[in-house]
Design a protein around this ligand. Structure first.
Ligand code: AMP
Length: 249
């Protein structure tokens, strides 16, 4: 069984995001970019399934600019076999990405597509669900455990206040939650080996997909700055402030 893992190039999670002065979006100039953290978890899970003999090949795919090749190389250095770069400099919305992925699924015929539950740049949490709908496949979202059986996959999902396990018929879509696994660091020899692994280049047109955005960003704002704290002289003063000012007692 082949596993397809879509990986998105996003602002590194350690970077303090700055909003452009005209509020039109986030400033990406000279900002460190990395693989979306949930996608690292997806790549790790796919590689573990391959190591366990449940998968034959892991293919990583990214829709984005030329630099998204680095994101694919990260996946290849972790252990994926080959990559597909669908090159575009335009902003891509989840529906366009899902349509492109549908085209890649038709070509590659994977048994499982493992995506991140959300990209930390736009927090959409839509692409996996849209892809499942477009393909008419079952989906197991927010996975904290994935067990591949004969023609099926059991997915334990993180739901409010507990866990739910669903069994899906393969082929299927899985989206990863934070506790599914801890992604490995690529070793230096594997980083070197990854440079020789193949990356196919395509365009959205190759799949007949019009990626023109359907949404318009009206404004982007920084969160309000946190107010400075105050020091109190005694417990009595703290209790009094909690009662009269904070209103929590
Ligand atoms: P989102 O729906 O934007 O929150 O993204 C959910 C997941 O879809 C991500 O974690 C990725 O696995 C995948 N995805 C979204 N956008 C892209 C992209 N441009 N290229 C590759 N994968 C993507």
């Amino acid at each position: 069984m082949k596993i397809l893992v879509p990986v998105k190039r996003v602002i590194d999670y350690n970077v303090k995001v700055r909003v452009k002065s005209d509020g039109s979006g986030v400033d990406l100039a000279n900002v460190k970019m990395s693989m979306n953290p949930f996608d690292e978890i997806a790549v790790e899970e796919a590689i573990r399934l391959k190591e366990a003999g449940k998968a034959s090949e892991v293919v990583v795919v990214s829709v984005g600019p030329q630099q998204a090749q680095e994101t694919l190389r990260t996946g290849l250095a972790m252990g994926a076999d080959r990559g597909i770069l669908v090159k575009t400099d335009a902003t891509t919305e989840p529906l366009a990405v899902a349509k492109i992925l549908k085209g890649i699924v038709a070509e590659e015929e994977p048994g499982l597509v493992i995506l991140g539950k959300q990209a930390i740049d736009d927090d959409c949490n839509q692409t996996g669900q849209m892809l499942a709908a477009l393909l008419g496949w079952a989906q197991g979202t927010f996975a904290s455990k994935v067990e591949v059986g004969e023609g099926s996959v059991a997915v334990t999902r993180e739901v409010d206040g507990g866990l739910q396990t669903v069994e899906l018929k393969l082929p299927a879509i899985v989206t990863t939650d934070l506790r599914l696994n801890e992604p490995r660091y690529a070793s230096l020899p594997n980083i070197m080996k990854a440079k020789k692994k193949p990356i196919d280049e395509k365009a959205p047109d190759s799949y007949g997909v019009d990626i023109t955005p359907r949404l318009q960003v009206v404004s982007t704002k920084e969160p309000p700055a946190r107010q400075a704290g105050v020091k109190v002289a005694s417990v009595a003063e703290l209790v009094q402030k909690l009662k009269s000012e904070a209103g929590v007692l």
